[in-house]
Design a binder for this molecule. Structure first.
Ligand code: DP6
Length: 346
């Protein structure tokens, strides 16, 4: 027999950035973080997992290309944890098929440009964990599964639930309290939207995993960030979301993106993720907010030059209109914008 289950997981974009690990094996972070889930079908990872006593080994096929599974410690960690949960179920109920002893084949694809640096690993690992959890009929909640997805990629833990999501760093060495929690569902604030300005589809120079280690080791500004800034900002941003306070949410989001890129610059050797076009997008948003007389848009950048802009539905014309004219690389913006209408939503 072959047992089959599928799952889909969305991309999330952090508004309070995860940057730094206190445990590189378990992906335990040095600070809590917050993200908004981009809940459009056009930006998601789709995964099917199958298990069979006939399989000789575990395997992973990503966008049609077989991946060398034995090299991926992250994937093995997720499968090991999921199998342990399944084994506990089988022990309690001997009528269940012994899936925990079968090898698993995983097929995953995403429908957005992986190279565009749009958090593909977050959606990918979240979909993988959800699909295998479905296959094993695990009763665990999204919070509990987030503990497993985190071991695939830290930011993946925030892609197991929709809406506004917090990842609480936790303090235990085994990571059992380092989990994602939903701050509010999408329906709490349905008018928030995101547009993605693809400035470069090139792969980033320095992976998040190695970049953040350089920062942890070398940046003194980073110590200030994790000790004095993020703990308070986490509470402030959470409350801004709960109170539908867009101006505060937007201001904190931009400040946090800027500080994240500042600690990258404060690392040795320095890490540059933004480029001239990124800075142009920042200036365009600043100008937009100045002209509006209030903060109607917020930019944020992850470990790459591409810009995500959060705004409210009522300001869509103003936001997309100005960016189209202000960002000089008109071709890219226009073509991106065609997909941006696909891409926005949250
Ligand atoms: C800048 O989750 O990709 O996007 O845990 O090593 O897989 P690993 O790193 P990853 O880092 C994401 C960093 C970020 C900020 C964020 O998403 O919070």
């Amino acid at each position: 027999p072959v047992f089959v289950a599928s799952a889909k997981a969305p991309v999330n974009i952090a508004t309070l950035k995860y940057w730094g690990k206190r445990d590189t094996k378990l992906n335990l972070p040095t600070n809590s973080s917050i993200s908004v889930t981009l809940s459009t079908d056009d930006l998601a990872a789709y995964t099917t997992a199958t298990a069979s006593p006939a399989y000789k080994d575990d395997s992973l096929v990503l966008n049609g290309i077989p991946e060398p599974i034995e090299q991926s410690a992250r994937l093995s960690a997720c499968l090991r944890e999921l199998r342990a949960l399944r084994a506990a179920l089988e022990q309690a109920d001997s009528s269940l098929p012994p899936l925990s002893s079968y090898h698993v084949h995983v097929f995953s694809k995403n429908n957005f440009p992986t190279a565009a640096g749009l958090a593909s690993s977050a959606a990918g690992f979240a979909a993988l964990v959800r699909a295998v959890a479905n296959l094993f009929e695990l009763p665990q909640s999204p919070e509990e599964l987030s503990r497993i997805a985190r071991q695939g990629s830290g930011s993946a833990c925030r892609s197991l639930m929709g809406g506004f999501v917090g990842w609480e760093m936790g303090s235990k060495d085994d990571g059992s309290d380092s989990l994602a929690v939903q701050i509010a569902p999408k329906s709490h604030w349905p008018t928030i939207k995101a547009a993605i300005l693809v400035i470069s589809a090139q792969k980033k120079d320095i992976s998040s995993t190695s970049g953040m280690q350089t920062t942890v080791k070398t940046s003194s500004l980073f110590q200030h960030r994790i000790q004095n800034v993020v703990p308070r900002r986490y509470e402030e941003m959470k409350n801004a979301i709960l109170n539908h306070d867009f101006e505060l949410f937007a201001t904190l989001t931009m400040a946090d993106s800027n500080q994240f890129h500042a600690v990258c610059l404060d690392s040795m050797p320095p890490i540059f993720y933004m480029n001239d076009a990124s800075r142009q997008a920042i200036r365009a948003v600043e100008e937009l907010n100045r002209a509006a007389g209030k903060t109607i848009a917020a930019y944020t950048f992850d470990a790459g030059p591409n810009c995500v802009i959060y705004y409210q539905q009522e300001d869509e014309q103003a936001v997309l209109g100005l960016l189209r004219t202000a960002v000089p690389d008109a071709d890219k913006w226009t073509s991106t914008n065609a997909s941006a209408s696909l891409l926005h939503g949250y």
